[in-house]
Design a binder for this molecule. Sequence first.
Ligand SMILES: [Zn+2]
Length: 107
Amino acid sequence: MYKLTPRHFAFPIAAFVGGVLGVDYADELAAHHVPLLTMVACCLSIFATVYTAVRWFIEVLSATTHKCRAAGCGFRVRVPSNDPGESRRWQEIAAAHPVHDQPYHRV
Ligand SMILES: [Zn+2]
């Protein structure tokens, strides 16, 4: 059976929050008689920033992160899937990667 996760709702939630904040910002700019093109550019940038941030937070909150347990090593893998077999495989990879002190790796 197909299981819904927070990741499935990331797009509509991010689009809604970004849209609401963009429209609110446009309303404030309109009150100060800002030119239309400037207002559109500002609102689109607000939308894009909020949309990206919300999707990133949902992704971080819904993923499983496996870290290398070697002292001083910052290697870690973020697995977006809830599949236990895949998660276990990435856990083993994080524990046995060949070179320590690797930067963050995302699957
Ligand atoms: Zn390591």
